[in-house]
Design a protein around this ligand. Structure first.
Ligand SMILES: [Zn+2]
Length: 446
C-alpha cells in the first residue's frame, strides 16, 4: 500500500480511537479537558503531533492505582471496556517499580497482537515447521514466554519450545539436544552464554546444534559489528533484532547483509516511530532521515487498554529512506538508541551508552567489549571526565595498554564529543549477566 493511502487509513483510525477513549475513559476525558480541547479538534496530522504527552509511566501507574481503588480492578482508568473483557493479563517485569498492566488484552486485542507478532517473526525468517527455543524469562514479565510470544508462533505453524531464561543456559542446551530447535528467541547475553558453555554441556560446538535463526532482543548488540559477527559466526546463523512495545509497535530487522534498523511491520495498528519528541523538552522532533527522539506510542486499534500519546522512554533513530532489501510497504525503519533514563549530558553534549559501546567494540580484540560506565553522580548531568572501565584482551603488555588507553580516549572524544577517562581492566574481570548486562556501575546514593 502506498504511504499516502496508509496515512489516510491511520488517520481515520486515530480519530475513532481518540473519540472512543474520550467517551469511555475518565483518564482521557481529563487529558482533553486539561488542554481545553475535544477529539473533534484534531483535524490534521500536525494537530495530532502538537498534542502534549498524555501518559508517562507514572501516569499509567497512577491511573492503575486509581482504578484499583475506585473500581476494584488493576487495568487503569484508561481501560475502555468492563474488566471482565480483559482476558489476557500480563504485566511488565516491575524491575523499576510496581508492575504495570499494559500487556493485558481483550480477546480481540490479543488476536490482533498475534497477527502483528506473526509479521515480525515472518520478516525475521521464521517459517512453518521451524522450532523455536524460547529463552525469554517465563515468569511474570513483559517477555513472559508462557504462551505470550508463543501464541503467535503456534498461530503461524511454528513450534515454540518453552525453556525460559530462568532455567539457565545449561538446561536450555540440554533441552535443545532433545528437541533440535532451528531458531532461538532470547537476549544477546543469553545467546553468548549458550556459545560459551555449549562444548562443555553438549560435547558439540554451538553451530553443530543447527540453530540458524537468531531472534535476539532486549539489549543492544546488533548495532555492534564485532559482537554481531561473533554471534552469527559461532551459531552459523543470522541475527534478527525485533521489538513489540506493548504489543503495538511491532518491528523487525530484515535479512539484508548489513543491519539496516528495524522495519515497521504493522503501521495500521499504531503510531510510534513518526511521533518522536525531544527526550528532555518533549517537544516534537521533525520527521526526517536520521532524526533522533523519544518514541511516543498511540495504539490505533486497542479495544481494552487505550494508549494515546504515551511517552515510552525509548529513544530511536528514524530511517525514512527505502531499505536496500526492497522490503515493501509504507512503514519506516528505526534503530534503538537507548532509554531516556540512560542518557548522559556532559558539558551540554548528550550521549547514550550505545555510542560508547560501539567505540569500545570497534577495538576488538584488543578490548573484549565488556565495559562499564562509572557514575559517581545521578545522571543525566555528569561532571567531566566521564569514567569508563573497559576490559582489555589477553596477553597485553604495559606499554601496549598505555597506548591503547590513549587511543580509546581519543576515539571517544572524536566520535561522541566528550572527554572520557578510560580505565583498562584485566580480561574476564567485569561480570556478565546471563540475561541482561548492566552498562553502569553506580557509585552514588539513591
Ligand atoms: Zn530491509
Amino acid at each position: 500500500m502506498p504511504r499516502e493511502e496508509m496515512e489516510r487509513i491511520r488517520f481515520e483510525k486515530l480519530k475513532r480511537q481518540l473519540k472512543r477513549s474520550y467517551r469511555k475513559s475518565i483518564f482521557y476525558k481529563r487529558k482533553f479537558n486539561e488542554i481545553r480541547a475535544e477529539p473533534e479538534d484534531i483535524r490534521t496530522w500536525e494537530d495530532f503531533r502538537q498534542l502534549p504527552i498524555f501518559m508517562t509511566k507514572e501516569d499509567e501507574r497512577a491511573s492503575e492505582a486509581e482504578s484499583r481503588e475506585k473500581k476494584g480492578f488493576p487495568f487503569g482508568m484508561h481501560c475502555l471496556v468492563p474488566p471482565q473483557k480483559v482476558t489476557v493479563i500480563r504485566t511488565t517485569s516491575g524491575t523499576t517499580g510496581t508492575p504495570t498492566f499494559g500487556y493485558s488484552y481483550t480477546k480481540r486485542d490479543y488476536e490482533r497482537l498475534k497477527e502483528c507478532l506473526a509479521r515480525v517473526y515472518w520478516l525475521a525468517s521464521l517459517r512453518p515447521g521451524d522450532r523455536v527455543l524460547n529463552c525469554f524469562p517465563a515468569l511474570g514479565g513483559i517477555h513472559s514466554s508462557g504462551g505470550f510470544w508463543s501464541g503467535a508462533l503456534v498461530r503461524m505453524g511454528v513450534v515454540p519450545l518453552e525453556v525460559g531464561a530462568e532455567a539457565g543456559p545449561e538446561r536450555a542446551l540440554q533441552f535443545a539436544m532433545l528437541t533440535k530447535p532451528t531458531a532461538l528467541l532470547g537476549s544477546p547475553s543469553f545467546a553468548q552464554s549458550l556459545i560459551e558453555i555449549s562444548t562443555k554441556v553438549t560435547g558439540k560446538e554451538i553451530r553443530d546444534l543447527g540453530i540458524r535463526k537468531l531472534l535476539l532482543s532486549g539489549e543492544p548488540g546488533i548495532e555492534m559489528p564485532t559482537i554481531r559477527r561473533r554471534i552469527e559466526e559461532d551459531f552459523g546463523g543470522k541475527w534478527h533484532v525485533w521489538w513489540a512495545l506493548y504489543g503495538e509497535a511491532c518491528a523487525a530487522s530484515c535479512p539484508g547483509e548489513e543491519y539496516q534498523g528495524m522495519h515497521e511491520v504493522a503501521s495500521e495498528f499504531s503510531i510510534h516511530s513518526e511521533d518522536i519528541v525531544d527526550p528532555v523538552t518533549k517537544e516534537p522532533v521533525k520527521v526526517e532521515e536520521r532524526a533522533i527522539g523519544e518514541t511516543v506510542l498511540t495504539a490505533l486499534d486497542r479495544e481494552g487498554l487505550s494508549f494515546i500519546k504515551y511517552a515510552t522512554g525509548d529513544v530511536i533513530q528514524l530511517l525514512t529512506k527505502p531499505c536496500p532489501c526492497g522490503y515493501p510497504g509504507p512503514g519506516y525503519r528505526f534503530k534503538i538508541v537507548g532509554r531516556v533514563e540512560d542518557m548522559l549530558v556532559i558539558e551540554g553534549v548528550r550521549v547514550f551508552p550505545i555510542s560508547l559501546r560501539q567505540v569500545i567494540s570497534s577495538f576488538s580484540p584488543r578490548l573484549t567489549g565488556a565495559m562499564r560506565i562509572v557514575l559517581s553522580e545521578k545522571p543525566p548531568q555528569i561532571t567531566p571526565p566521564l569514567r569508563i572501565k573497559a576490559e582489555h584482551g589477553p596477553g597485553m603488555e604495559d606499554k601496549d595498554l598505555k597506548n591503547l588507553k590513549r587511543e580509546v580516549e581519543a576515539k571517544i572524544q572524536t566520535t561522541c564529543g566528550i572527554t572520557p577517562e578510560v580505565e583498562l581492566a584485566p580480561p574476564e574481570s567485569l561480570s556478565r549477566s546471563i540475561w541482561k548486562t548492566s552498562m553502569f556501575e553506580r557509585k552514588y546514593e539513591g
